[in-house]
Every structure is written in structure tokens, then in C-alpha cells.
Design a protein around this ligand. Sequence first.
Ligand code: FAD
Length: 371
Amino acid sequence: MTEPTPNPHEVEVEVEVEVDVVIVGAGAGGLLAACELAAGGLSVRVLESRSRSGGRLLSTTHDHMGVDLGATWFWPSEPMINQLVQKLDIATHSQHIAGDAMYHDRPESQRLDGNPLDVPSGRFSKGADHLTTALADLLPTGTVSFDSPVDEISVGETSASVRFGGTGIRCSHVVVAVPPALAVDAIAFTPPLPDSVASLCAATPVWMGTTTKVAAIYPRAFWRDNGLSGSAISHLGPMREIHDMSGPHGSPAVLFGFAPHTAELTETAVTDQLAEIFGPDAGAPTKVIVQNWQQERWTTPAGAEHLTDYQTYGHRLFQSPVLHGRLHWASTETSPHAPGHIEGALAAGRRAATTIRTTLDPSHEQRDTHA
Ligand SMILES: Cc1cc2nc3c(=O)[nH]c(=O)nc-3n(C[C@H](O)[C@H](O)[C@H](O)COP(=O)(O)OP(=O)(O)OC[C@H]3O[C@@H](n4cnc5c(N)ncnc54)[C@H](O)[C@@H]3O)c2cc1C
């Protein structure tokens, strides 16, 4: 006789602690929600699968400045992020847009008259992930647990429990600050999500989740000396779109490009393309970094390249909590305002935090309205 296989849902899970809110994911959305909930006097715990915060904000350091491998820009039209960089005293500089852009549809690329490819935008001088590390620093020590991938969320009428690595945390509310398609791929929900919500999540593309970003670092921003902006559109590839991503005053000097995840991105392919567009100096970077977001299991679930319906972004079903009103969404994809952007993640995090604070203390909304 064989031993019966245990049903994982019946395995006794040691419930570790009790907090008001557990937040799944320490990206911009999750951390903003955590900060606003903690500032409102609620106890929070953030569970993060990676060993770092930031999610799709990822930067490496070069000459004490950031080189972004995920998000790069924020825009003047985005109120939340502009207020936050002021409040958190995040060093920023303007995107370099002066000069002519290039058009690459044959090996001898063409110089355009002016730069139709860039608009004024802000940059994070120490890297975009400075924003999320600054948010995490506002939280009480020990609030964020790294290497803690959540695999099950159970919600009852009076509480919820969030499980990771064989342990669990009981709480009143859960914020899922993870791309919805990844959430339904990696997390078991008990009871199951309503069908309409589960299918919406599964159909929602992960913003930039199937893109590869390439950064080429140079001794100096030589293209600027030639009156070039550093931006280009390419029909030949492997990179399709290229921009200047240098630090303040051009240091460190960096060009970056976006390529589809399927592109062959050998160092030679990258440097040959850059030299064709910007001249021989561009063929000799001191360093090339390739970041393929399709291969990031904590951003992009398998099969995400087939998700193309961006109409799901900010869907009304993401605006209300589900499962007894205890499970809230807070990734950028769920925001009707600036979905896909860092701004959208912040807005989604704030919506989740405000809903929870209002549910736990209905006088909160009234107080904030009169503040
Ligand atoms: C290449 C690229 C370029 C971009 N450029 C820009 C730009 O210039 N400007 C702009 O505004 N936006 C840009 N974006 C988008 C921007 O990065 C995102 O909108 C924003 O970072 C999303 O934040 P988020 O909190 O919603 O999600 P994420 O940053 O994805 O955070 C989710 C977090 O949840 C964690 N997680 C996942 N699964 C689990 C689990 N089961 N348990 C626990 N934790 C889990 C992840 O590790 C991650 O830390 C870009 C993105 C990419 C990839």
C-alpha cells in the first residue's frame, strides 16, 4: 500500500505573527502602500521574493552614479512622483534631449534635423531604484522581508493569511503589489479569485516584461560633441530605440537601447549597431550590460509574450478589493492613472492604502479630505 500524497492545502502552516496588512512585493507600488499604511498607524509587513527591493526599478552603480537597467524616466505631468522626489530629497537631473536624432534603416544611418524622439523628462541621478530604497528606509526596521516569495493567500471572513517558505502571517488585509498575470501564475488563492478577476489578471500584460534593455558605457559622451542627442530609431536592430542615459553633465556617459527579448544581443551585435548609427567611437564602449526582463521570474511569468491586450490596464475590477474585501491590487498595471509607469505603481499603492485605511477607520477618508 502506498502512502497517500498529502494535499499541500491541508499541510499545517505555522502562523508566525499578526499584522494589520501584509504587502506582497517591494516594488514602487508595494512600498508606497506600506509607507502610507505605516504612516497611518497600521502595522505592516512587506514580503519580497527577490533579495532586493525595487522590482522593475533596478540600477547598477558606475562612477558613484546610477545606470538604470529597468525604468529610466519620469515626466513633469506626473504629480505623485514629482512630489515624492522632492519629499525624499532624491537627486535628479534632466534627460539630455538637445541635438539631432538618428534614423537607422540601412547601414549608413541618417541624421534627422532635430530630435523628435525625446520629450523633456526627469532622471534619477543615483539610479531609479534610489526611489524605492528611500521609500523602504522610511519603514520601521524589519518591515521588509527579502527572499520571501509568497505562494499562497487564504482569505476568510474575518482575516487573511499569507504563506511563504512554509510559514505564514495572519493579517486583516493583503495588498498584492505584483503584476496581476504573475500573481495568478505564482500564488494560490483560497478561496479562488472570482472567475472574472482571475481571467482579467491572467490576460493583463506585464508592462515592459518582455523587453531587453541594453546599456553601453563610454569614457565620454562623444555624440554630444557632434551635436547628436544620442537618440535613434532603428529598423535594422537588434536595438529598436536608443537614447542618451548619461548621468548629470554627461557623466557617466551612457547610451541605452530597447530590444525585443528575442533579439540576438551579443556584445559585437550591440557595438556594431551603435557604431553604424553614431560612428566609430560608439563601437568601443568600456562596458555593455544586457538586462533581459523576460528571464526575470519575479517580473514575467512564462507565456507573457502572448499577452497583448493593454485595455485591461486600470480595469474597474482592479479598483475594488475582492475576497471579503480583504485582497487589494497595487501594481502599475492596475492603475487607471499612468498605468505602466512608476507613477501608476505609486497611484495603485496609494489607492490600496487609502481603501484599507478607510475600511479599518471610516473617519480616515473624512479626515484626509479636510486635511
Ligand atoms: C526596461 C524597463 C523600462 C521601463 N521604463 C520606464 C520609465 O522610463 N518610466 C516609467 O515610469 N516606468 C518605466 N518602466 C515601468 C516601471 O518600472 C514600472 O511601472 C514600475 O517599476 C512597476 O512597479 P510595481 O511596484 O507595480 O511592480 P514591480 O516593480 O514589478 O514590483 C513587484 C515586486 O513584487 C515582487 N514579487 C513578485 N512576485 C512575488 C511573490 N510571489 N512574492 C513576493 N514578492 C513578489 C517582485 O520581486 C517585485 O519586487 C520600465 C520598466 C522596464 C522593465
